[in-house]
Design a protein around this ligand. Sequence first.
Ligand code: ATP
Ligand code: MG
Length: 283
Amino acid sequence: MLRIAVQSKGRLNEDTMALLGEADIKISSSKRTLLVCSKNFPLEILYLRDDDIPQTVADGVADVGIVGRNELVETGAEADVVRPLGFGACRLSLAIPKEEEYVGLEWFNGKKIATSYPRILKHFLDEHAISADIHVITGSVEVSTGIGLADAIFDIVSSGSTLVSNNLREVEVVMESEAVLIGNPLMSGYKREILDELLFRIEAVKSAEGKKYVLMNAPKDKVEQILAVLPGIKSPTVMPLADDTWCSIHTVLDEERFWEIIGQLKENGAQGILIVPIEKMII
Ligand code: ATP
Ligand code: MG
């Protein structure tokens, strides 16, 4: 049995549970106790506050965990990053009141900065030889300047709208973060095998993300032109049709490029284009 620590509630919970669900790991959602066992995979889910996840994994109380890279770095816990997961993207930034003139990092010399991430901030300030007073608060960091608690803040930013509504301006990005799968460095061979199976499934889910399966009918004499338009696939499937002047082409397309490519396919005589979602992809 492999034990995974996940955020019990909060921003990473939904995407984490969705990822496990897409990997076909069934977890009873009614029984929301601290520790829940999957019904069809040798995995136990340990629900924790995100602050506690890195150390729990480093101590081996959980074998793996899903947490923001920012939390892992802040705690300094000795856990390995096994795989970035592509959700929970944000950055840790320094922000100052918007009316302040920003002259560069020296602005922070002698200033008081409120943050929940003192370790990352101290490291950054030391690295740039800036001497500032770090004031640790655990929540509502963004209001600190407005209430006269600090001159600046160091906090998580994603869209930046919280900063704007608190009259703050982002002036330095210190760290980019996203959710990562972390692991205990001393995991047993048996647990590592379960982790490999879990990773295999995550890989299949992630590979399918943003991809569509596309089928179309095409005049045989246009196949070459059509294949030239289709990007990045090893070898598309070309199948005969009852009418031997036509064939059927199947391929995988990136959702992002999709409309642009479909237009070119139509120009080359493709018809009956079907676009089908892909659940998992094993490359
Ligand atoms: P907990 O109760 O588990 O301690 P929390 O309040 O400390 O939760 P959340 O706000 O749920 O934490 O954020 C969890 C993680 O989500 C952050 O550490 C960060 O990695 C990521 N994240 C992504 N975007 C944002 C955002 N806009 N604001 C805050 N966190 C974000
Ligand atoms: Mg927290």
